[in-house]
Design a protein around this ligand. Structure first.
Ligand code: NAD
Length: 498
C-alpha cells in the first residue's frame, strides 16, 4: 500500500519532512487500509509559516475578502459535501468504526455547519456606538485573529473539524488543522474540498501526525494566534499550558461524564417508560459510547430502578454489533486497541468496587468481531465515589445510580469535575425545568438526549472546557474585537501647560 500525501502546506500536498508514515487501521478487523504521512514539529512549522504568509504577507487576500464572498465559498463547500455524502460517509464509517448511517448523518451535519456559519457571518456585524458627541464617530468592528491551530479527536473527525474550520474561515482566518493521528482521512478529504471550492493557497493547511509533536508545536508556536482543541482532559491541559507563554486565545472542548436523570413520573405510562428506556439506550451506546456527551451515568428514581434497568439490560443485550456497512448493524467497534483495553479495565474496576453486571461485560465472540468490539454494558448499583462513575470511559459502559428526592438527583448529577451535558426526564414540566436550571452542564436536554442545533452554543462547564463552539459565540471565538474611535474635530488637549 503506497502512502498518501496527507500534509497540505501552502497549497501543496506532500509527504512528511522525515519521510515517516503511519498505517491507518480498520477497527472492525484491526487491519491496515491506508497509509498516511506521519508529520512532526518541522511540518507543523512549515504549515504555520504558510498560514502566516497567507494571512498577512504577500497578497493576504483571504482576511481582506469581502464577507459575502467568504460566505459564498462556505456555501460552495456545503454543496460539495452534499455531492460527496456517500463517499465521505463511508470513509468516516471505516476510519472511526461507526455505522454507515451515522457517517452519512455526520456529513449532513458538517454541511449544515458550513451553511450556518455562512449565514451567521454576514449578519453578525460590528456596531456604531453612540459616543454622545457629534464630534466623535465610534465603531466596534470584528477582525480575524490570524493563524488558528485546530486540533481534533477521533470520535467525530469530520464533524469536529467543521465546527472549527467553518467559523475560522467565515471570520477570515487562515489555519493549520491537525486531525487525530488514528482518524485523519476525512479531514484530508475536507481540505481537498476547500481547495476545490476555490480557497486560496495557504489558507487551509493540514498536518497529519501525533499530538506530542505536531499538536504540541501548534499549541506553543508564537505565530499562532488561537488554538482550538477538542479532545481529552489530559491533552487539553497540556495545550492550555503550552499556549500560555504566548498568551494565545484558547478554546477547549474536553470530555464529559454526563448524567441522564430519570424521574419515575416520566414513566407513568407504558409509552413514557418505553421512550425513556429507549433514549437512555441511545444516550449511552450510540457510537459504542465514544461520544463526549454520552449519557453514561443513569441516575434513576429508586422505585423505578429495577423495572427500568431490567428493560434496559434486555435491550442492550440485543444491540447488533458489526461492520458499519453490515445489514442491520447498530453499533461498530471501539476505535482502537487502547480504547478497548481502557474499557475492559474500567469494567473490571467497577466490579471490584461492588457494581453489579446486568448486561455485557465482555468482548463479543465470532469471526465478525475480530477487531476492537465490546458488548454494551450495564453496571447496576454504582456509587458516586467509584472510578467508573467519576472518570470518562469513552466506551459502551452505562452506570446506574439511584435517588429518592429532587435535591438528591441534582446533587448526584452535579457531582462531577466535568460539566458538558446532561438530561432530565420528567412528566412534570415544572420539575423538569426546575432541575434543568440547577444542572451545572453546558447542554441540558429535557425529555430528550443528544440533539444539538448549529445555532445553539455547545461547550462545557467546569473541566469540560473553555469557550463555546457553534452559535454566535462559536464565531466570536475566531474574531478579535476592535473599537475605532474617530475624532472629527481634533483640538489640543492642553493637559501639559508648557
Ligand atoms: P486526545 O486528547 O487523546 O486527542 C485529541 C487530539 O489532541 C488528537 O488530535 C491528539 O493527537 C491531540 N493531542 C494529544 N496530545 C496533545 C498535546 N500534548 N498537544 C497537542 N495536541 C495533542 O483525545 P481523543 O482520545 O482523540 O478523543 C477523545 C476525547 O475527546 C474524549 O475525552 C472526548 O470526551 C473528547 N471530545 C470532546 C468533545 C466536545 O465537544 N467536548 C467532542 C469530541 C470528543
Amino acid at each position: 500500500m503506497s502512502a498518501q500525501l496527507t500534509i497540505h502546506v501552502g497549497g501543496e500536498w506532500r509527504a512528511s519532512a522525515s519521510g515517516a508514515t503511519r498505517e491507518i487501521l480498520d477497527p472492525v478487523d484491526a487491519t491496515a487500509f491506508a497509509v498516511v504521512a506521519e508529520g512532526g514539529a518541522e511540518d507543523a512549522d512549515a504549515a504555520i509559516d504558510a498560514a502566516r504568509r497567507a494571512f498577512d504577507g504577500g497578497r493576504g487576500e483571504w482576511p481582506r475578502t469581502p464577507v459575502a464572498e467568504r460566505a459564498a465559498l462556505l456555501r460552495r463547500v456545503a454543496g460539495l459535501l452534499r455531492r460527496d455524502r456517500e463517499e465521505l460517509g463511508l470513509l468516516e464509517s471505516r476510519d472511526a468504526g461507526k455505522t454507515l448511517e451515522e457517517g452519512r448523518v455526520d456529513v449532513d451535519c458538517v454541511a449544515d455547519a458550513f451553511t450556518y456559519f455562512a449565514d451567521l457571518v454576514v449578519n453578525e456585524n460590528g456596531r456604531v456606538v453612540d459616543a454622545g458627541s457629534s464630534d466623535i464617530h465610534s465603531v466596534v468592528v470584528h477582525e480575524p485573529v490570524g493563524v488558528c491551530a485546530l486540533i481534533t479527536p477521533w470520535n467525530y473527525p469530520l464533524l469536529q473539524a467543521s465546527w472549527k474550520i467553518a467559523p475560522a474561515l467565515a471570520a477570515g482566518n487562515t489555519f493549520v488543522i491537525k486531525p487525530s493521528e488514528i482518524t485523519p482521512l476525512t479531514t484530508v478529504a475536507l481540505v481537498r474540498l476547500l481547495t476545490e471550492a476555490g480557497l486560496p493557497d495557504g489558507v487551509a493547511n493540514v498536518v497529519t501526525g501525533p499530538g506530542h509533536s505536531v499538536g504540541a508545536r501548534l499549541a506553543e508556536h508564537p505565530d499562532v494566534g488561537l488554538v482550538s482543541f477538542t479532545g481529552g482532559l489530559a491533552s487539553g491541559t497540556k495545550v492550555m499550558r503550552a499556549a500560555a507563554d504566548t498568551v494565545k486565545k484558547v478554546a477547549l472542548e474536553l470530555g464529559g461524564k454526563n448524567p441522564n436523570v430519570v424521574f419515575a413520573d416520566a414513566c407513568a405510562t407504558d409509552e413514557g417508560f418505553d421512550t425513556a428506556v429507549d433514549q437512555a439506550l441511545n444516550a449511552a451506546f450510540i457510537h459504542s459510547g465514544q461520544v463526549c456527551s454520552a449519557g453514561s451515568r443513569l441516575i434513576v428514581e429508586e422505585p423505578l430502578r429495577e423495572r427500568f434497568v431490567a428493560e434496559l439490560a434486555r435491550r442492550a443485550e440485543k444491540i447488533r454489533l458489526g461492520r458499519g456497512t453490515g445489514k442491520g448493524v447498530e453499533c461498530g467497534p471501539l476505535v482502537s486497541a487502547e480504547q478497548l483495553a481502557k474499557t475492559e479495565e474500567y469494567v473490571a474496576s467497577a466490579l471490584a468496587e461492588g457494581a453489579v453486571l446486568r448486561a455485557g461485560g465482555t468482548r463479543p465472540d465470532g469471526p465478525d468481531h475480530a477487531g476492537y468490539f465490546y458488548r454494551p454494558t450495564v453496571l447496576d448499583r454504582c456509587r458516586r465515589h467509584m472510578r467508573v462513575v467519576r472518570e470518562e470511559v469513552f466506551g459502551p459502559v452505562l452506570t446506574v445510580e439511584t435517588f429518592r428526592t429532587e435535591d438528591e438527583a441534582v446533587a448526584l448529577a452535579n457531582d462531577t469535575e466535568y460539566g458538558l451535558a446532561g438530561a432530565v426526564w420528567s412528566g412534570d414540566p415544572g420539575r423538569a425545568r426546575r432541575v434543568a436550571g440547577r444542572l451545572r452542564h453546558g447542554t441540558v436536554w429535557i425529555n430528550d438526549y443528544h440533539p444539538y442545533l448549529p445555532q445553539a452554543e455547545w461547550g462545557g462547564f467546569g473541566r469540560s472546557g473553555v469557550g463555546r463552539e457553534l452559535g454566535p459565540a462559536g464565531l466570536a471565538e475566531y474574531r478579535e474585537t476592535k473599537h475605532i474611535y474617530q475624532n472629527l474635530a481634533p483640538r489640543p488637549v492642553r493637559w501639559f501647560a508648557g
